[in-house]
Design a protein around this ligand. Structure first.
Ligand code: XLS
Ligand code: NI
Ligand code: NI
Length: 446
C-alpha cells in the first residue's frame, strides 16, 4: 500500500506511515500489537482482522453533540461548496487510510457525496464521487468493505424510511439504496449494510407495527433482487440496534433480526453486522450478540466500538477493552473468520479530542486492542484447555442415554423413568472463575 496525496495538499503533515514497534515502544504513533504481516495460525493479522475506517465518524463528524456545534476544524473541512468539501475530504480520507495502513473503508452515500433534494442531482453527485473513489482505490490498493445509504438524517425520513407510513417516502428511500448499491458494486464492496435508525416507532397509538415490518421485508427483498440483477455477489447485512434515534427500533438485537430474516425468507442473502455498543444498548454483551448471529451462520461483519458503562446511549468510543475484544475474537475464530466482512471502527474520537493526530491515536488503540485479542483468542483455542473444558461440561450427551436423547430415540416418558432410576442429580460446578482466570492468564502471557 503506497501513501496517497494528490500533491495538492497534505492533510496530516508530520505524520508518516504508522510503523509497528512492539510493546516496548512508547511512541504514541506506532502499533504495539498490530503487525499486519505477522502470522497468527494460518493467516496474517491483516487477513484475520480486515480493519475498516468509518468515513462518517472520522472525516464528516466535527465533534458535534446535541448541546454544541463542531469542535474540530481540519484542513479538509474549510472548502466553501459542498462538492469542493467532498473532494477535499476524499483526499484526506485516502491519505489517512494509507498512512494508518487500514486496508478497508466504509461509507454512507451522503458521507461521500453531497446530498440533494433533486433525485437526479443526488445521483450525479454520488456518481462523480464514486469515480474519484475508484481512482483512489486503484492508486492505493485500499478497498471498500461495505457501502450503505443514510436513511436517517434527512427530515423526510422522520417517520421512517422503508417503514414510513407514506409510500412516497418509501419510494424516495429506494432512490438512495439503489444508488448506494450501484456505488458499492462499482467500488467492489463485499457487503451492503442496512442500519434502520428510523425504522421503528415512537408511539403505538399512531403505528401499525405489523404492516410497517411487512413493508420493510418487501423493501429488503426488492433491494436484494436489484443488487443481484446488477451483479452484486456480496452479502447484504442488517445492523441491529434497539433504540436511538427511535424509541423502539425493529432491528432490536441479533435474535430479533435472525427471526425476521428467517420469517421473511431473507436469510440466504442477508447476514448481520453486529455492533458492540448496539448489543450493550439491548442489554446484551457484545459477545452474546455475535454468538447468536454466528450460531445461525449469520455473522457477516462487525462494527467495532464500545459504549460507556455509566451512559445509556451509543457513545461509539474506540474499543480499548481487551476482555470484550477477546470474547469477540473467540466467536470470530470459532466460525473460521469474517470474510467478506471485517472489523469496521464505527467509532469516533471524543468531542474534546481536537488535534488531527487524535484520529490516528484513536484507530491505533482500536487496532492494537483487536490485534492483541486475536493473539489471545488464538492461543486459547490452539493451546489451552478451554475447548476441552467446555466440551466436557456436555459429556453426558456424548453417548449412553444422553446420546439417545440427542438423536431423538427417547420418549418423554423415558426421561421420567431415567430420572426415577437415577436419584437426585449430583451438582456439577459451572466453574466460571476457572474459565475467567484462564482467559486472563492468556491475556497477560506473551
Ligand atoms: C449508528 C450505526 C451506523 C451504521 C451505519 O448507530 O452504527 O453508524 O453503522 O449506518
Ligand atoms: Ni452505532
Ligand atoms: Ni454501526
Amino acid at each position: 500500500m503506497t501513501s496517497y496525496f494528490t500533491g495538492a495538499h497534505e492533510y496530516f503533515p508530520g505524520i508518516g506511515r504508522i510503523p509497528f514497534e512492539g510493546v516496548d515502544s512508547d511512541n504514541p504513533l506506532a502499533f504495539k500489537h498490530y503487525d499486519a504481516t505477522r502470522k497468527v495460525g494460518d493467516r496474517t493479522m491483516a487477513e484475520h482482522l480486515r480493519f475498516a475506517v468509518a468515513y462518517w465518524h472520522t472525516f464528516c463528524n466535527g465533534g458535534r453533540d446535541p448541546f454544541g456545534s463542531a469542535t474540530r476544524h481540519f484542513g479538509w473541512t474549510t472548502p466553501s461548496t459542498p462538492m469542493a468539501l467532498a473532494e477535499a475530504r476524499i483526499d484526506a480520507a485516502f491519505e489517512f487510510f494509507t498512512k494508518l495502513g487500514a486496508p478497508y473503508y466504509c461509507f454512507h452515500d451522503t458521507d461521500l457525496a453531497p446530498d440533494a433534494d433533486s433525485v437526479v442531482e443526488y445521483e450525479q453527485n454520488l456518481r462523480h464521487m464514486v469515480t474519484l473513489a475508484r481512482e483512489r482505490q486503484q492508486a492505493t490498493g485500499v478497498k471498500l468493505l461495505w457501502g450503505t445509504a443514510n436513511l436517517f438524517n434527512h427530515p423526510r425520513y422522520m417517520n421512517g424510511a422503508a417503514t414510513n407510513p407514506d409510500f412516497a417516502v418509501v419510494a424516495r428511500a429506494a432512490v438512495q439504496v439503489k444508488a448506494a448499491i450501484d456505488a458499492t458494486v462499482e467500488l467492489g464492496g463485499g457487503s451492503y449494510v442496512f442500519w434502520g435508525g428510523r425504522e421503528g416507532y415512537a408511539s403505538l397509538y399512531n403505528t401499525q407495527m405489523k404492516r410497517e415490518q411487512e413493508h420493510f421485508a418487501r423493501f429488503l427483498g426488492m433491494a436484494r433482487d436489484y443488487g443481484r440483477s446488477v451483479g452484486f455477489k456480496g452479502q447484504f447485512l442488517i445492523e441491529p440496534k434497539p433504540m436511538e434515534p427511535m424509541k423502539h427500533q425493529y432491528d432490536f438485537d441479533a435474535s430479533t433480526v435472525v427471526g425476521f430474516l428467517q420469517r421473511h425468507g431473507l436469510d440466504a442473502d442477508f447476514k448481520l453486522n453486529v455492533e458492540a455498543n448496539h448489543a450493550t444498548l439491548a442489554g446484551h454483551t457484545f459477545a452474546h450478540d455475535l454468538q447468536v448471529a454466528s450460531d445461525h451462520g449469520l455473522l457477516g461483519s462487525i462494527d467495532a466500538n464500545r459504549g460507556d458503562a455509566q451512559n445509556g446511549w451509543d457513545t461509539d468510543q474506540f474499543p480499548t477493552d481487551l476482555d470484550a475484544a477477546v470474547g469477540a475474537m473467540l466467536v470470530v475464530l470459532r466460525q473460521g473468520g469474517l470474510a467478506p466482512g471485517g472489523l469496521n471502527f464505527d467509532a469516533k474520537a471524543r468531542r474534546e479530542s481536537t488535534d488531527v493526530e487524535d484520529l490516528f491515536l484513536a484507530h491505533i488503540g482500536g487496532m492494537d486492542t483487536f490485534a492483541r485479542a486475536l493473539e489471545v483468542a488464538h492461543a486459547l483455542l490452539a493451546g489451552s484447555p478451554l475447548e476441552r473444558w467446555r466440551d466436557e461440561r456436555y459429556a453426558s450427551f456424548d453417548g449412553g442415554t444422553g446420546g439417545d436423547f440427542v438423536h431423538g430415540k427417547l420418549s418423554f416418558a423415558d426421561l421420567r423413568d431415567y430420572a426415577a432410576g437415577h436419584g437426585e442429580p449430583v451438582p456439577t460446578s459451572g466453574k466460571q472463575e476457572r474459565y475467567e482466570n484462564l482467559v486472563h492468564q492468556y491475556m497477560q502471557r506473551h
